[in-house]
Design a protein around this ligand. Structure first.
Ligand code: SF4
Length: 260
């Protein structure tokens, strides 16, 4: 039997669709890095939902941020991808390997190998180092499915917008502020008469609320506003049969009235 560490619901979906042989694994949701507690349970609930839809047994949640607090306080100023992340991945993989050993599993692995934000090579090095120390097999691999396919598979499943710890949350907020300021300035410069459309950032906008007929201009505007979804209430011929509006920097989901 294999023990699979699960970092989040989307990465679990990607893993089981890419690595059919891991479907029968026991799951282990050990993520003391997640901050705040509400976010931990939000991610756990999404994980539970996926387990239910895949008919996989879901373990009970245990939130133990104290396991991670020393790593956070020692490396709080590190950028994502640096030593704080190595320690964080090692902590989670070591606990998984120890748990695997204690329940008599032959191997362990992690859905972190599905995350587009992480280095597969780096995770594999850490996994193999722990496997050698503890004398258990580590299952490596590229567990990623392509983005379009993943978007279809996890349509309504909660998807986090930062990695997990307090430092990554702060980093994400800072980056968001920079993006907001830049896009707001672009909107004022390129679509001065339409600045009111800024209110749809991160929300749903109706096609009829965008008074632009030229598709490339409309794409440019959507790429700046970045609404969560574009509802094609006008049945625009240019949007017909499309699920996503790709603007080059931002992909906006297209909804039709019948989808709601
Ligand atoms: S950024 Fe992610 S991987 Fe890195 S320490 Fe924070 S939670 Fe862990």
């Amino acid at each position: 039997m294999n023990l699979l560490h699960v970092c989040c619901a989307p990465d679990l979906v990607s893993t089981v669709f890419k690595m059919e042989e891991l479907r029968g694994s026991e799951l282990f949701f050990y993520n003391p890095n997640i901050f705040p507690e509400d976010e931990f349970f939000r991610r756990y609930e999404a994980f539970e939902e996926v387990c239910e839809s895949l008919s996989i047994a879901c373990p009970e949640p245990t939130y133990c941020p104290e396991d991670f607090s020393k790593i956070l306080s020692s490396y709080v100023d590190e950028k994502e991808g640096g030593i704080r992340c190595s320690k964080c991945i090692e902590l989670r993989l070591r606990k998984t390997a120890e748990m695997a050993k204690s329940i008599g599993a032959e191997s362990f692995s992690t859905t972190l190998l599905a995350s587009p934000r992480k280095s597969i090579k780096h995770i594999t090095l850490i996994g193999e180092m722990i496997a050698n120390e503890i004398d258990i097999e580590f299952i490596p691999g590229n567990f990623r499915v392509d983005r379009g396919r993943l978007n279809t598979l996890i349509r309504d499943i909660y998807r986090q917008d930062y990695c997990g710890c307090q430092a990554s949350l702060n980093e994400m907020k800072k980056e968001r502020e920079i993006r907001d300021t830049r896009d707001r300035e672009r909107l004022e410069r390129d679509f001065g008469a339409l600045v009111d459309l800024w209110k749809f950032r991160g929300k749903m906008v109706l096609r009829s609320e965008i008074p632009i007929s030229d598709t490339s201009e409309m794409k440019k505007l959507i790429g700046i506003i970045k609404p969560a979804t574009l509802c094609d209430d006008l049945e625009d011929a240019e949007l017909k049969n499309r699920r996503w509006l790709k603007t080059g920097t931002y992909n906006c989901r297209i909804l039709r009235e019948k989808d709601q």
